[in-house]
Design a protein around this ligand. Structure first.
Ligand code: ADP
Ligand code: NI
Length: 226
């Protein structure tokens, strides 16, 4: 669906606003993450004629604008910040509500917690966000996040956990390798759209390959034998 000029304009202004806000952020929630999620969302929207690309692109741009992880666990901080920005831009109330809903529903909340999206546009943005958490970039982001939190790369004595509540998932502070078992390896099965599932195949395979090699090196299994 072609996006009208006034809407394309709001998308551009929103991109400028978010780019400015995230400049220099190093925890894996940088502008480049948002840019990739935006780009992926746009690609998924172009392959999904029934989706409203305008709402999906705004959702992608604003999905991490005030992440609960960096706002004392406040899950409403994101929707609130998105609403404030869109109101300042005279966006329609209906559009604002649809964007808020995407942000409210998008997060992964632990392996044992279902996170269904109530709108098609939300499904696209959630898929785009999850695709950015796997593949080579997903691996890099996991270690960037772990480093930011001062966590060890790996500790075989600490077993991965299947979190059954968002609260438990939020409190989690295990080594970064555990995050692969607690989230990254499961994202492929938790995508919404066929286009995203297709893109996930090679990214998922890459994560599996990375893990296998990491553990070989950890255990010295790749070293020459005497
Ligand atoms: P998303 O943007 O996919 O919703 P999050 O906002 O939960 O993901 O996290 C941002 C990035 O940080 C993702 O790449 C995610 O995998 C990574 N991350 C989140 N929690 C952890 C963790 N406990 N250990 C390592 N990486 C993490
Ligand atoms: Ni994100």
């Amino acid at each position: 669906m072609q996006i009208p000029a006034a809407s394309a304009d709001l998308i551009e202004r929103t991109a400028d606003f978010v780019r400015e806000k995230f400049q220099g952020e190093g925890s894996g929630h940088d502008w480049e993450h948002i840019r990739r999620v935006w780009q992926t969302t746009r690609s998924l929207a172009q392959n999904t004629p029934a989706a409203d690309g305008f709402v999906a692109e705004l959702g992608a741009l604003l999905h991490d604008v005030a992440d609960w992880k960096f706002h004392g666990g406040d899950e409403e901080a994101g929707p609130r910040a998105a609403r404030a920005w869109l109101l300042s831009q005279q966006a329609d109330e209906a559009v604002i509500q649809r964007v808020e809903t995407i942000i409210r529903e998008i997060s992964f909340k632990g392996l044992g917690v279902a996170t269904p999206m109530s709108t098609l546009e939300g499904e696209l943005v959630q898929d785009a966000d999850r695709l950015d958490a796997i593949g080579a970039i997903g691996v890099a982001r996991a270690f960037a996040y772990g480093g930011h939190k001062g966590r060890p790369l790996h500790d075989p004595a600490v077993a991965p956990v299947e979190h059954s509540s968002f609260e438990a998932y939020k409190r989690n502070a295990g080594p970064t390798i555990n995050h692969f078992y607690e989230k990254l390896l499961h994202l492929r099965e938790r995508l919404n759209t066929p286009a995203a599932k297709m893109a996930a195949e090679s990214r998922h395979a890459y994560v599996e390959q990375f893990l296998a090699q990491f553990l070989r090196e950890w255990n010295g299994e790749d070293l020459p034998r005497a």
